[in-house]
Ligand binder design. Sequence first.
Ligand code: NDP
Length: 526
Amino acid sequence: MKTTSRQRTKVHLPKNHRRARTTENGNGHEPGSQSAPSLSAGLAAWLAKPKRNLIGGKWVAAASGKTFEVFNPADSSVIAQAPDSDREDINRAVAAARRAFESGPWRRMTPSERGKLVWRIGDLILKHADELAELESVDNGKPRAVARVADVPLAADLFHYMAGWATKIEGNTIPISVPGFHAFTLREPVGVVGQIIPWNFPLLMAAWKLGPALATGNCVVLKPAEQTPLSALRLGELLLEAGVPEGVVNILTGFGETAGAALAAHDDVDKIAFTGSTEVGKIIVRAASGNLKKVSLELGGKSPNIIFKDAGDLEAAISGAANAIFFNHGQCCCAGSRLMVERDIFDDVVAGVAEHARKIKLGPGLAADTQMGPLVSEEQLKRVTGYMHQGKQAGACYVTGGERSGDRGYFVKPTVIKDVNPKMSIVREEIFGPVVVAEPFTKPEELIPRANQTPYGLAAGVWTRDIGKAHCIAAELRAGTVWINCYNIFDAALPFGGYKQSGWGREMGHAVLELYTQSKAVVIGP
Ligand code: NDP
């Protein structure tokens, strides 16, 4: 077996930089002050088994025999080797998916049987919830407790919700004005779907993609992110256990520039669904143009979270603003990373959010008292601390945080910044870390243009007890989701996606069915 280390085109890290040096430090806020509990025996045993791709119902090594290292971001230790798939593996997986779509039992399965199968996947996720939460924690860095109450149950919920749709994919009868003719539409699966997902919610993103694809009868080739390939592989085992026929779901680990690019460009893939950066989203669109495959995109964000002085319970608004940016270490496409506060209460809100930030307990995801784990990778650590540095150089004021925490693992201090201006990169660009910029506003008429002054349009928050104002602001914001007096509320039934450069299409809810089906008009002559 050959092993490749992570090589990225965007940020190149020499191999010896990928593992952080180990030095303990004594600050109670800092991660080095506690040691992580060891893995459960069950997960340790699973991790020790060789990792393979799932192609055509079989677990197989990459055609090249290459693997890459998977790290625990809390201490940079190598926890597994995953197949380093390339074009040849993608070709094999797409061929398996095509066979399954054209001639396998999947096509003959009734909607009811398909729905029950998708439901079983949700059940199996719940049955293995503890194990999946632990796996997600060591692979991604997030606190196990958070994965256990958020990522894992939401993933199960998605499959349960989508299971119900399998029997409700309906066409219409159309009263055409051609005498004697009868017309109707069928909604049919798109075919072979390529799915490329990111590392911030690895299991949940796999569920968001696989649930609707399976409920609507498609076949899939899924590529998880190189940083977090493991929960997708474990999910693949559960899919087989649930009875997903061979070739219906193929899961390949590897790098975006090789496996991902080959999947996006493949001529026998009918649709590509992508979640990740806007930059790569544009690459996907270009790659998909060869055979004009359908494309759906869930991309980045720089979401405004607006607090008015009539927010009522200011403590709730402050804690909501802290949750909006610090949940999942700020590694959320919809993170409330621009905090816009009415001037009269600006100082109180900023002080309150900073207080929340200082109290957050950093640590390894497996430690019971950890509230925020490390960032996912050294690349992401460099990216986030790079933005922190740029903000300082541009003259912004750091109320709290603004630097790495410790020098072991990829931890950064939750950060609150003020005295910013719209030219600063920290105000314009997606940082994807626990970093919020706070800006005061005075006049409502200046607020909306400023809130919308971003190429993104994924989400927004509004805190006010004036219901009329809330409706007006929600209508004016150019964002796919607006949360009022709350933030980060997700539900499998609620469509999620972006305006502007935050994406194409909506995930979840019945809206997502549009992305995975196509309409066929049938006309019957007299
Ligand atoms: P990417 O957009 O690079 O990664 C997302 C997925 O796309 C991964 O599976 C990745 O593969 C794959 N990919 C990368 N390049 C290509 C390509 N040329 N063709 C096909 N697939 C590709 O995000 P990063 O991990 O680089 O993170 C960078 C920034 O992106 C973050 O800081 C954040 O701003 C944003 N982001 C947004 C997310 C969202 O939810 N909207 C999620 C993650 C990141 P690989 O396995 O090699 O990473």
